[in-house]
Design a protein around this ligand. Sequence first.
Ligand SMILES: Nc1ncnc2c1ncn2[C@@H]1O[C@H](COP(=O)(O)OP(=O)(O)OP(=O)(O)O)[C@@H](O)[C@H]1O
Length: 339
Amino acid sequence: MVPAIQISNLRKRYGSVDAAKDISFQVEPGQIFGLLGPNGAGKTTTLRCLCSLTTPDAGDIEVCGVSVIQYPRASRQLLGYVAQEVALDKVLTGREMLQLQAALYHIPAKAIPQRIAAIVEQMGLQDWIDQKTGTYSGGIRKRLDLATGLLHDPQVLVLDEPTVGLDIESRVVIWDLLRQLRDRGTTILMTSHYLEEVDALADRVAILDRGTVIATGTSSELKDQVGGDRITLRIREFTPPDEAERAKSLAQSLPFVQDVLINQAQGNSLNLVVTPQSDALLTLQQALKESGIPVFGVSQARPSLDDVYLAATGRTLLDAEIAAASSRDPKAERKQNMR
Ligand SMILES: Nc1ncnc2c1ncn2[C@@H]1O[C@H](COP(=O)(O)OP(=O)(O)OP(=O)(O)O)[C@@H](O)[C@H]1O
């Protein structure tokens, strides 16, 4: 079967920044594929290259077997792209926005009312479509964005952070809509930096870090690969570094402890990887007590996608986000993206 999306050795530089160093992954038709990674990992850049909004420096991209580099126009017909922030003209109604978009996609004038009616029903927008978009809540705006991306009935829907900034109820509505689309045969490629979103939605996941793919698979395959249980230990709300080091040495001496990391972004809490066994927590707490080290909080869990990221990069997604946020210049990026 021809993959819905095939990205091979994609490279894109902005000045001295390698936004995409060497990105390869494949999306099968009818799947939801999640690109997970912290801010700055290269997710948006990958989507922009895929949708021929920017030209890669190297690599191949195909959509349903059509080369994006050689046939950008034909490949764009196969794709619906919903950017992270879509500028809405607040004085237009949702229907007027869709009519404008339909004209941009060259949908025949006769077919437009029927196509809009179908998509409005599919997105559950009947009550809002004739109101001005300036009155919309974030969740309704996002549904209109999806409707816009789906208007020309693309085989592949590409979504950049589809629920960023939405409250949990609106996010769940969007998740349900995306599942319905997938069940009707639309392939969806979405980026997210929400672990639980990717876990809940994606059939397969690629984790990106600093412009490269560090892991690909189903969410449970990736979690199985890292193995072991996770114990998060907080000694104090903000633990002094020397005390964290002391607790780390102590934990390392326990036979069931495989690995220990000090998480500076979380007040020097400790992340332990342990061989699953029922008395691990109790034994750890006992050992800490005997050494006079207090316990502010401790919990044990199966690995998460964050643990997959941590195992591959030595830092949590949150750490990476904080580091990335301080090194970016959003104004300059926006300016460059307008060109
Ligand atoms: N137009 C641009 N001009 C200059 N640098 C850019 C531009 N676009 C992206 N970058 C840089 O490339 C790197 C990857 O950015 P990208 O937006 O692809 O990451 P991301 O994973 O999508 O993060 P986010 O979700 O925050 O957009 C970052 O270091 C970013 O600062």
